[in-house]
Design a protein around this ligand. Structure first.
Ligand SMILES: C[S@@+](CC[C@H](N)C(=O)[O-])C[C@H]1O[C@@H](n2cnc3c(N)ncnc32)[C@H](O)[C@@H]1O
Length: 258
């Protein structure tokens, strides 16, 4: 699995404020249909950008609980949300949320379910902490939708194959209707959102993945450092020559506790 350590946290800190990830975060924000006074669980809150946006939207009569097992991710989240007395950033896991039964109006998990070994347990926990009529929103990667151009198709195939190992469950969106219905949710929705780029912007998803994927493949022994560096350099060359192409679909999923 990808380590959400200090180095990853620093890399995400840049990309997560960029145009692409802001747009991805907005997908979740809009689907939550927040109201003043809402109590919201931000499951796997990471560096707290969405947590902060939710805190602003629910106002001082609302509350947000940001839950994440990684101290390196909670640390920037705590700093970012320090000015909001209605936010608590806590150590915890999606399968054991520090909330009472029916305490939350909304629960959200952006790019978290794909990293869990027991997704049904996490969905059951979201169901437990939501009130009847409460809304659960998740955003996950369409892991099979990544289309990334390289002159060296065989090396590109191996980069993608190596990255596949970092997801625990690559088919979250496809499983969503069954998983949430089994847990007692209704009004099930899944919507795709594609990020397609012909430039390699430093703040973009492609650039973030270029760094994360090359580091992951080398550190986990899937490819040599010289091979991943060659791929990394090639992508910058393609971008300079105007021949860069990257496309990836994320899925926004929603369900209501009935
Ligand atoms: C790709 S980051 C997404 C962070 C944040 N939701 C966002 O979109 O900005 C994935 C997050 O899931 C967290 N995570 C990993 N295992 C988890 C678990 N069992 N329960 C809750 N969060 C978890 C990681 O620590 C990391 O912060």
């Amino acid at each position: 699995m990808l380590k959400f350590d200090e180095a990853t946290s620093k890399r995400l800190e840049i990309a997560y404020q960029g145009g692409d990830v802001s747009r991805r975060r907005r997908l979740a924000f809009d689907a939550l249909h927040l109201s003043e006074g809402d109590v919201v669980a931000d499951i796997g809150c990471g560096n707290g950008l969405l947590t902060e946006e939710i805190a602003r939207a629910v106002g001082s009569s609302g509350r947000v609980v940001g839950i994440d097992p990684s101290a390196d991710m909670r640390s920037p989240a705590s700093v970012r949300c320090a000015a909001f007395p209605n936010v608590r950033i806590v150590d915890g896991s999606a399968d054991s949320l520090p909330l009472e039964d029916g305490e939350a109006d909304k629960a959200v998990a952006v790019q978290v379910l794909e990293y869990l070994s027991d997704i049904p347990a996490a969905i059951a926990e979201a169901h437990r902490v939501l009130r009847t009529g409460g809304r659960f929103v998740a955003v996950d990667t369409g892991c099979r939708t990544l289309d990334w151009f390289s002159e060296d198709a065989e090396r590109m195939r191996r980069v993608l194959e190596a990255w596949d190992h970092h997801y625990i469950e690559p088919r979250v969106a496809a499983l969503w209707p069954r998983l949430v219905r089994d847990a007692g949710f209704g009004a099930v929705e899944v919507e795709p959102c594609t990020f397609c780029d012909v430039t390699l912007r430093p703040d973009g998803i492609a650039c973030m993945l270029l760094h994360l994927m090359s580091r992951y493949a080398a550190e986990n022994g899937h490819m040599s450092t010289s091979e991943t560096k060659a791929w990394f350099d090639e992508q910058h060359d393609l971008a300079r020559q105007g021949r860069f192409f990257f496309s990836l679909t994320y899925y926004r999923m929603g369900a209501i506790k009935t």
